[in-house]
Design a protein around this ligand. Structure first.
Ligand SMILES: NCc1[nH]cc(CCC(=O)O)c1CC(=O)O
Length: 310
């Protein structure tokens, strides 16, 4: 396919975001050798506010708004996102048109001295700012001291290496993408740390009316990943949760079936609700909504009201 205008990818400037944008650029150029693709790096509010817990600065969408404005103003044609950072609602005229095949969805345990979560001594200090990770960690190991840990993946690893923590938790996919898979001491089984919705999945947002770009991107879409994400996000949306809430949602697609597991917890790990549902993958969204309703009825509404009310 020939196009005279280069395709422009809006991206954040963190090493992970740049890697992800480069990755999509590379895949697009393999698909369309004649196409020029360039990156348009930009800063977002989420990158600038690094000292306040994200849940308190209205976490939803902090990392995507500037990218969306660039798309709406025609300064870029697509934005590459980590699926789990994308809010559930989109500005008029924009949408997620591509959901890429999922990579490792698990959380990773990273530590210079200890090989696994269970090997951490009593009272060890673990860094993570994710309420979802905190609550599951505290539920399993109430003795640990959980401390906030912000910044991009490289900054977090530097703080660990400086001795501020005995261990930290990160998404395995982020470390793998950045060529740091060897730092993962233990990939936490999803039974132990249920991932965030969309974890390990890349998604592409663009103008819904831009049929030329949509056609160029279409081969990157993955049907299994799309159904998985539909179920997980439907659950999150029905719980009214952004990415900075103690909610885990993880679906597995096998044949024509979908298995969705969900979790809502209090950050201190004392309340932890789990439930799961299986059904036809064509009903991915309905399955997510049903699971959310069951969690709400079991008390998730009160847990979430507390987190937002703080
Ligand atoms: N919230 C930051 C973020 N967004 C996506 C990833 C990792 C990659 C992914 O899940 O696709 C990370 C880092 C982390 O949670 O450790």
């Amino acid at each position: 396919m020939m196009t005279s205008q280069p395709l422009r990818i809006a991206t954040r400037k963190s090493p992970l975001a740049l890697w992800q944008a480069e990755h999509i650029r590379h895949r697009l150029q393999q698909l369309h050798p004649q196409l020029a693709v360039e990156l348009v790096p930009m800063s977002t509010r989420g990158d600038k506010i690094l000292d306040t817990p994200l849940a308190k600065v209205g976490g939803k969408g902090l990392f995507v708004k500037e990218l969306e404005t660039a798309l709406l103003e025609g300064r870029a044609d697509l934005a590459v996102h980590s699926m789990k950072d994308v809010p559930v609602d989109f500005p008029e005229g924009l949408g997620l048109t591509v959901i890429c095949a999922g990579e490792d969805p698990r959380d990773a345990f990273v530590s210079p001295r200890f090989a696994s979560l269970d090997e951490l001594p009593q009272g060890a200090v673990v860094g993570t700012s994710s309420l979802r990770r905190q609550c599951q960690l505290r539920a399993r190991r109430p003795d640990l001291q959980v401390r906030d840990l912000r910044g991009n993946v490289n900054t977090r690893l530097a703080k660990l290496d400086a001795g501020e923590y005995d261990a930290i938790l990160l998404a395995a996919a982020g470390l793998q993408r950045l060529g740091m898979a060897q730092r993962i001491r233990q990939a936490l089984p999803v039974e132990l740390s249920l991932p965030a919705n969309g974890q390990g999945v890349l998604a592409i947002e663009c103008r819904l009316a831009d049929s030329q770009t949509l056609a160029l991107l279409a081969p990157l879409d993955d049907a299994d990943s799309r159904d998985r994400v539909l179920a997980e996000r439907a659950m999150n949306r029905a719980l009214q949760g952004g990415c900075q809430v103690p909610i885990g949602a993880h679906a597995v697609v096998a044949g024509d079936q979908l298995w969705l597991r969900g979790l809502v917890g209090s950050p201190d790990g004392r309340l932890l609700l789990r439930d799961e549902i299986r059904g036809p993958r064509q009903q991915a969204e309905a399955l997510g909504e049903t699971l959310a309703r069951r969690l709400l009825a079991a008390g998730a509404d009160r847990i979430l009201a507390q987190v937002y009310g703080d």
